[in-house]
Every structure is written in structure tokens, then in C-alpha cells.
Write a protein that binds this ligand. Sequence first.
Ligand code: EPU
Length: 419
Amino acid sequence: MSQEVIKIRGGQTLSGTVHNHGAKNSAVAIIPATLLAEEPVTIDGLPQISDVETLVSLLEDLNINTDLKDTTLNVDPTQIENAPLPNNKVQSLRASYYMMGAMLGRFNKCVIGLPGGCPLGPRPIDQHIKGFKALGAVVDESSSTSMKIEADKLVGANIFLDMVSVGATINIMLAAVRAEGQTVIENAAKEPEVVDVAAFLSSLGAKIKGAGTSTIKITGVERLTGSNHQVIPDRIEAGTYMCIAAACGKDVTINNIIPTHIEPLTVKLKELGVDVNMGEDSVRINRSEPYESVNIKTLVYPGFATDLQQPITPLLFLSNGISTVTETIYPERFRHVDELKNMGGDISADKGTATIKPSQLKGTSVYASDLRAGACLIVAALLAEGVTTIYNVKHIYRGYTDIVNTLKQLGADIWTEEV
Ligand code: EPU
């Protein structure tokens, strides 16, 4: 069977402007959340990625009328029907787990396939389930391919998350917005995407306080109306292009950003020695050399995002000493390391920490094991001598809008081929 690969001849200097899109990890929660509305909803500023298309098609499976054009989605849920979703679409992405919270909130019942997503090591959803159960649902996990979640009625509860989880925080909010009484989520995730989903739900008439802090209070309402919502800019897409610009950029501007959302990355890039000029809603970046070595540790927001540790790693080969990257969210998120080694990078990973030494990368064939590993390989390929062929690029298309053309317009020697 043929597949598309991305090919990059490294060593070009990139310059120009990148338009940053709406946040993938907000969009993938807000699209399922639209099914809680009882009137039409419009979502603007969506990224044009395959995860969005898959979730829209899951809405269609529930007899919801949708119209997705460019970055705008119109949803008319007035003819909605509760149908089981035990199909391979659910398994093609992680965020399909938000259909659970949303359908439970809307129907008090759902039957749904188990979520898939990037292989980052174990990714349990026990905290989501704990939340649904606390709200009164019975969760049948006896099938190896699907899950049945059902409640006579949902009643607000106090839920303390054992670990800070973006997915569990959002999923519990989705299930709780129409529950009877008050739900309190403690040790909640504070990520901007949680705040964006809360803002969307509030625009439908939900009563949510404290999103963006570790305690979120939700007072159930009987029905939710329609609204218009604009998705926040993607801090990870922006951060990826910042890493690309730091690798080989001369005057690269990334617009449509919220500077505070990317501050942990900005601080690290400056520590490396990158020339970063932050504007009100844009950032201008130049590569400057030599770079200093740095130590990076991923943490929940507002710490350094796990989703950016892979894209920033190739920059550390340009440093004048030994750098480390310690991963605390997904300790096995290091599948890019062997690929970078194949490219000649002096890198090793052990017990959740990668150690990176100065190296000149060389083009070869590499495999994108997951979305951000794919982004890492793009940065590495732009830096490498010769041509790099990246396989398994479907992961990259799950999260980056039109990345090949965007890089081409900046001056990269990049193209796709069917092999
Ligand atoms: N965890 C549990 N049990 C749970 C939930 C989470 O043990 O019930 C653990 C996870 O295994 C992980 C940690 O808690 O070790 C944090 O996981 P979290 O739930 O926050 O991750 P997620 O919601 O599944 C989202 C993003 C990820 C991003 C993480 C961390 C979406 C769809 N995905 O995942 O994004 O890495 O938060 O910020 O929002 C990506 O975009 O490439 C990506 C993987």
C-alpha cells in the first residue's frame, strides 16, 4: 500500500510570517461539547486537521447536522439521536473520550469505543471514570472494545483528581454542566484549553467558576442554548514554529499567539540564546549562535509543556554543552530519541530524562511515532545536512494545519512523495 512521506533537504534559512491556528486541544473538546447545546452553535478559528474532521464525523453519527468550511463549524444539534459509537473512528484519536462526558451530560447514557491516540506510554482514563461515577453513573468496562456509561440522573459531587489531568478535568465539566446541583473539581488542570472549553460552555449558559485555577465549581443548569465561539490560538503549534525559527530562521514572525500561554517556552529559548522579540499577539524570532546548553523539565501548566519537549530537542544539538530534557507527564515520551540517533544526534534517554550533546545531524529515513515526535523530526530535518524522509506523517497531519506548504512558503526545501 502506498503512503505519503515528507521529504526535507536541510540547511535552508527560513524567513517570513506564519499564521498560527486555533488550538487543537481546545477544538477537540469543544466539538464534542457542541452536542450539549439544544440550539445551533458556530465555532470559529478551528485548525484544519484530521482530528477535527474525525470528531465532526462522530457528531454526524449522532444525527447532528454539521457544516465545516475552512476554519468554521456550524452545528445544528436539534435532531440529535443517541447512537452507540463503538467504531474505529473513536479509536483513531485520543480526544474521542470527550464524547463520553458530552453524551453522558446530554443523554445520561453512552456506549462508545475506547479512545486511541499517540503512543506515549500508558495513558489511563481512570480519573475520567472516577468523575463519571462520582456524578452517579455506572460504568461497564467489561468489553475490551467499548464502554457503556449510564446514570438514572447525574447529581453534582466533590471530585478530587489523583493527578492533574487535562482530559479528566474537561470530561467531568462536560458531564457536570447539566447535573443536578454543584460539582467541585479539585486538583483541576489549569491549562488554557480547560479555560477555553469552560468559556464555550459558559457561552451556552453553563455556570462554571474557577476555570484556570485548581478548583472548578460547576452549578448544573437544565438546558444549554446555542452560541458563537472563537477557539483560542494554539500554543503548541506556535511553540513548534518558534522552535523551527530558532533552528533556522532569519526574521520569522508567528502571529495569532497569546504570549502568556507560551511564556515557559519563550523563557527557555531566551536561556538558550535565541533572539525572541515578543509583540502583543505575535513573536519575531531569529536564530543566533552559539546556543547555551539548558535543562528542561516538563510540568503541568504553567510549567514547560510536555507537547513541546520533542520539538525543542533538536535545538539542543546546537548548544555548546550537555543539555537535558526530563519528562514528568509521560515518562515514556521518548520515541523520537532513536530517530534522532539515526540522524547522527548524540542523544540518549534513561529513566525519563534525555541527555543531548552537540551534534551535526544528517538526513536519513525516520519514522514519526506520534504527533509531536513528528514535529521534532521536522525541526531536525530542517537542521540536517542532506535529505531526510519522514514516514508515518499521518500523525503530523492530525495536529498541524498545512505544515508542508507553510514551511515551503518560509523557504524550506520540503515536499511530499507517495512511496
Ligand atoms: N492520567 C491518568 N489517569 C487519567 C488521566 C490522566 O493516569 O485518568 C495521567 C496520564 O497518563 C498522564 C497525566 O495523567 O501521565 C496527564 O494526562 P492528561 O490527562 O493531562 O493528558 P490528556 O488529557 O490525555 C492532553 C493533551 C495532550 C497533552 C496532555 C498534557 C488532548 C487531546 N491531549 O492529554 O496532548 O500532552 O494533555 O498536557 O488535549 C498532543 O497534543 O500531542 C498531546 C498528546
